[in-house]
Design a protein around this ligand. Sequence first.
Ligand code: DHB
Ligand code: MG
Length: 226
Amino acid sequence: MSQERWDAVDAYVEERLIEPDPALEAALAASAEAGLPPIALTPSHAKLLHLIARVHGARTILEIGTLGGYSTIWLARALPPGGRLVSLELRPDYAEVADANVARAGVAGLIEIIVGPAIDSLRGLVAAGAGPFDLVFIDADKESTPEYFEQALALTRPGSVIVTDNVVRDGMLADAATGDPRALGMRRFHELLAGGAVDGHRVSATTIQTVGAKGYDGFTLALVES
Ligand code: DHB
Ligand code: MG
C-alpha cells in the first residue's frame, strides 16, 4: 500500500461525501498564500471531527492549535445556535490569517481566537474558571501534548470528549528507541492515559491509526468519565 493509493482513496471519498465549500477552499488557499505549512486536517478528517461534535451535541468547543482556522471552521459549523468555540494559536501572523478565514466563512461571531503560548492561555482559562468545554481538539506542537491534555482536562466535565491529532506519526509511537521529540511527546501522552486515571479524573481512551493524503498517522479519542 502506497501514498498514491491513499491519496486516490481520499480523493474518491472527498468527491462523493464532502460537499464543495467555497469558504473552506478559500481558507486553505489563503493559508497557502500566507505561507502557512500545509498541515491542516484533510477534508475527510475534518468532517469526522465535525461529525463527532454533532453526534456529541457539543455546544462549547476548545481547540488548541488554530493554524489557518480550517478545522476551526469545520468545528464552528457543528455548533448549535448559541454555541461557542475558543481556539488557541501561538503565532499572531497565523491567527490573523485564521481571523480572515473564519470571517469569510461567516462564523466569526461564534469564535474567540486567543493568541500566545497555548500552555499560558490554558492556565489563564483555568484561572478564569472558563468552561466546561464539551469537546476539546488538541492539534498544536506535539511535544507539549501531555501538558495540553492535562490543562484541557481541567476545563472539561464528565462526558466531555478530547480528540488529539497526530499521535501515531509513521508508527514512531510504538518505537521505544525513538529520539523524535514529537513522537516522544505522544509516547508521554499515552503513558499519561495508561491506567485510565489522569490528575484525579477517570479517562477512557483509544487511539486509531489512519492513512490518507497526509500519510500514516492517527488520533486519540478520550472520554472524560469523571
Ligand atoms: C504537523 C502538524 C500537524 O498538526 C499535522 O496534522 C501534521 C503535521 C507537523 O508539524 O509537521
Ligand atoms: Mg494535526
